[in-house]
Ligand binder design. Structure first.
Ligand SMILES: Cc1cc2nc3c(=O)[nH]c(=O)nc-3n(C[C@H](O)[C@H](O)[C@H](O)COP(=O)(O)OP(=O)(O)OC[C@H]3O[C@@H](n4cnc5c(N)ncnc54)[C@H](O)[C@@H]3O)c2cc1C
Length: 399
């Protein structure tokens, strides 16, 4: 292979970009990741991230020194609870549900990517660097990069380009215009409390399970994640995400997505930036529809954030005769109800160029994520739907 033919440029340095970076580096490619944001901007958005079986096995294979238990919590029990706190159903999940945090998975992948390993390719992780265009030029793809601070523009030739710049991918729009994330009519509110402050009544039912409380057409999922000091009992965090309907044309939506300094956000109002009025309304809603331990959990949470739930799908992942691949959310963005956002980029990183396989997996899980969200909020699945997977089965009575 010539020097040029071994070069890979990855656009976007979040989870999908890094997963591809770690795998391609180990295959001997020289890999340059270009990430538009600076590190502190990335951290502001991070919360819990669950890893499916393929993500766990990729981490075990490509990060061999890393013990899964050191960065995640696992459970095989899921429970649904009614608004008054009464247990509706409990079952064993069909897989072990592994909950970590976006920040921990990101840090471990980035460290592994940057670690010098003999026989592996050379690597670079550029921050504050935005890819502005890609061009198919004979044997290579030419990627144009722009440094956000200095406005310096450079072009890089690459044998392979992985486009992992997220659901609002500008590069995908250049290649296949018209694929846009659609708002699902749901806002996810997220927060956490230290394990030591979990209300005793909640602790009694929770007991380390995946716990879902359904109330007034909304649901809250709670789960443990490692805390800043690690994942020993007492050091962990109780993370929660509350999915609630919100009409995009309502004043409520526009108010919620406007942060405390008056800035309007398209998708996420980061931790610590929610306006006081918006949070006061959420506390009021919690007091109206949730039972008391959940009210305490929500109202005493630190740094809540909100994200408007969107999903999008491209029908095509491979461009420029196999020299450019769309990956992760830039290809298909799932709704988050199954916690399966990592599965698709993992499958893609392990099966580079197998478009049919990733397309059918992506479409199936996009549909399953929507069905699981409907079940969470209403207690019923779409007609004819057969649940298959972990949280998807959470509401079923055990046989
Ligand atoms: C900061 C952050 C925190 C997140 N936290 C969580 C979480 O806690 N839990 C969870 O389940 N999911 C989280 N997600 C979403 C999750 O990462 C994705 O749904 C999934 O892992 C697939 O990610 P992705 O890498 O395809 O896309 P994304 O995670 O959206 O990453 C896309 C990346 O591309 C960068 N980018 C965009 N345009 C360009 C460009 N032109 N040039 C260079 N770079 C560009 C963005 O800055 C971003 O870092 C988070 C995403 C981000 C960006």
């Amino acid at each position: 292979m010539s020097t040029v033919s071994k070069k890979v440029v990855i656009i976007g340095g979040s989870i999908a970009g890094l997963l591809h970076g770690v795998v391609l580096k180990s295959l001997g490619y020289d890999v340059c990741i270009a990430e538009a944001r600076h590190p502190d901007q990335l951290k502001a958005q991070a919360a819990g991230l669950s890893l499916g079986p393929s993500a766990q096995s990729l981490m075990e294979t490509f990060l061999p020194g890393l013990d899964t238990e050191s960065y995640s919590m696992s459970t095989t029990t899921a429970q649904f609870v009614a608004a008054d706190g009464a247990i509706v159903s409990e079952n064993r999940t069909s897989i072990t549900v592994v909950c970590s945090t976006w920040g921990l998975v990101f840090e471990h992948l980035k460290r592994e990517f940057l670690k010098p390993v003999s026989g592996s390719g050379e690597v670079q992780y550029l921050t504050g660097t935005r890819a502005t265009s890609v061009q198919d030029t004979d044997d290579v793809v030419t990627v144009t990069l722009s440094a956000l601070d200095t406005e310096l523009v450079e072009t890089l030739p690459a044998h392979l380009v992985i486009v992992a710049d997220g659901a609002y991918s500008t590069i995908r729009n250049q290649l296949t215009p018209g694929v846009e994330p659609k708002y699902a009519g749901i806002i996810a509110w997220g927060g956490y409390i230290p394990e030591s402050r979990v209300p005793p009544k909640l602790n009694a039912v929770f007991d380390g399970k995946l716990l879902m409380l359904r109330a007034d057409g909304s649901y809250i999922i709670t789960y443990l994640t490692p805390g800043p000091k690690g994942n020993a009992k007492g050091d962990r965090l109780l993370d929660w995400v509350w999915y609630d309907k919100c009409d995009i044309d309502s004043q409520d939506f526009s108010e919620t997505m406007t942060d405390r300094s008056g800035r309007k956000h398209r998708v996420t109002v980061p931790r610590g930036d929610l306006s006081e009025v918006v949070w006061a309304k959420r506390v009021e809603r919690a007091r109206t529809v949730l039972s008391s331990p959940w009210v305490e959990m929500v109202t005493t949470s630190e740094s809540p954030f909100v994200t408007a739930i969107t999903n999008s799908e491209s029908d095509k992942a491979v461009f420029f005769g196999g020299k450019l691949l769309l990956a992760g959310d830039a290809f298909i963005q799932f709704r988050p109800h199954l916690g399966s956002s990592c599965n698709l980029p993992v499958l893609q990183a392990l099966t580079l160029l197998k478009e049919d396989q990733v397309l059918s997996h992506g479409k199936e899980f996009a549909m399953r994520s929507i069905a699981a969200g409907q079940f969470g909020m209403t207690g019923t699945y779409p007609e004819g739907y057969v649940p298959l997977y972990a949280m998807d089965k959470a509401g079923q009575t055990p046989a």
